[in-house]
Design a protein around this ligand. Structure first.
Ligand code: UD1
Length: 387
């Protein structure tokens, strides 16, 4: 076996939920390179777009998760969807041309995901320079569909999948969706969930976090997260949800790490002070990965509009009440501990009460959410992309 060949892979990270996925890939590359019997040596380069930039939203995750420092940071920052996506594309093109990787790996569904894969799909490496015209595009966490085109992430998912060469899915619905969209069977692989790899690898460390002492949390508590624009960007949508949290806080302590988008909106709509004054509501800024994992792993329940938290709670078998009308992660409802409660306050309340009273459903951990997904993906990339 020829071990002298090098496969040059570039991975993109941009926003908070990308970092947990990238961590699993980075560690799997290290594991692969450590094998004595291997097809190639993988040279792994990380590009951070800077979509998220505050240390609490970015650098702390790299530290907590042991991800190597990004080789390049595009430092894009916030902006409208069009500006942010365009700025990433403009800054990324020269980086791609300079480095000419064999493989471009993107994860998830954020603006950085579509921006970088779109650049790669149309790039032309100089003829004389490389044996490839453009990189092979690999999408990790492909095939998820909420079928709700008002979600920016749904647009990012559909478009990224359409231009990717290899698609790695986390659950059966991903394969079904891609098949229905006409994707050839040999382009897709059911690999499991890289976010769960990272959870499994860090759970023990997370258990040692002092976050509860630091925040003054004792006894039973519920964790709440809210950041979806459709829930937080108008007072009409946010105020009833905050009123509901205050109702929840009458039954059980509420720990609410507030996303920067939500903090701005709470302030704009004069909802912040009232929450601060509620002694059963513990507010914090965005938490690090280990602290947040510690909190959700021991919570009575989690109330959220996040995508990834539905999966993390499913693995932990902690009840999760999702404040959305749809989910792109249906296995978390059909097999996991997730309840799709929608936005009807009465339904959310009755779901919460039944969970709190111990009348929740039984759940199981979905297939291949076993901590080995990153390695499966890396080994398959070598199989599909090494020439
Ligand atoms: C983005 C993703 C979303 C993901 C979420 C996780 C898209 C379309 N959306 O949404 O899928 O679930 O990240 O957090 O890519 N801000 C800061 N500091 C930061 C980053 C953002 O203060 O480090 C503030 C800015 O005011 C910014 C706002 O948060 O305008 C929103 O950030 P942005 O990246 O545009 O979208 P998210 O809501 O975070």
């Amino acid at each position: 076996m020829d071990t002298r060949q090098t496969l040059r892979m570039m991975s993109i990270a941009g926003a908070r939920p990308n970092f947990m996925k990238l961590a699993a890939i980075a560690h799997a590359v290290e594991e692969y390179n450590g094998l004595t019997e291997k097809q190639v040596n993988i040279e792994h380069m990380i590009v951070h777009t800077g979509q998220h930039y505050d240390s609490k939203m970015s650098a702390n995750f790299f530290a907590d998760l042991g991800i190597p420092e990004p080789d390049v940071n595009l430092n894009i920052g916030s902006g409208s969807h069009a500006c942010q996506t365009a700025d990433i594309m403009k800054a990324f093109e020269p980086v791609l041309l300079e480095n000419m990787p064999d493989v471009l790996l993107v994860v998830g569904d954020v603006n950085s995901t579509i921006a970088c894969s779109l650049v790669a799909s149309k790039i032309a490496y100089p003829h004389e320079a490389r044996h490839r015209v453009r990189p092979v595009i690999v999408h990790v966490e492909a095939g998820l569909r909420s079928n709700d085109r008002s979600m920016p992430e749904e647009i990012n998912r559909v478009l990224t999948d359409a231009i990717s060469d290899f698609l790695f899915v986390t659950e059966q619905s991903g394969l079904d969706n891609l098949r229905a969209e006409g994707v050839a069977a040999d382009k897709m692989h059911f690999a499991g969930n890289v976010m769960i790899d990272t959870l499994i690898n860090h759970l023990e460390k997370a258990k040692k976090s002092k976050v509860k002492e630091n925040l003054g949390v004792s006894g039973e508590y519920v964790v709440v997260t809210l950041h979806r624009p459709s829930n937080v960007d108008t007072k009409e949508s946010l105020a009833p949800l905050i009123a509901l949290l205050e109702q929840v806080a009458e039954k059980c302590k509420v720990v609410f790490p507030v996303h920067p988008r939500t903090l701005n909106k709470l302030d704009d709509f004069s909802l912040l002070q009232h929450l601060r004054d509620n002694e059963n509501v513990i507010l914090s800024g965005p938490l690090g990965y280990l602290d947040f994992l510690n909190l959700i792993s021991e919570a009575r329940a989690v109330i959220t509009d996040s995508g990834g938290i539905q999966e993390e709670t499913t693995y932990l078998q902690v009840p999760c009440i999702t404040l959305r009308e749809n989910t792109e992660r249906p296995v978390t409802v059909s097999e996991g501990s997730n309840y799709l409660a929608g936005l009807d306050i009465d339904v959310i309340w009755s779901t919460f009460c039944s969970v709190l009273e111990g009348r929740g459903k039984a759940s199981r951990i979905p297939d291949l959410w076993d901590g080995r997904s990153g390695f499966r993906i890396v080994a398959q990339i070598v199989e599909d992309c090494a020439v």
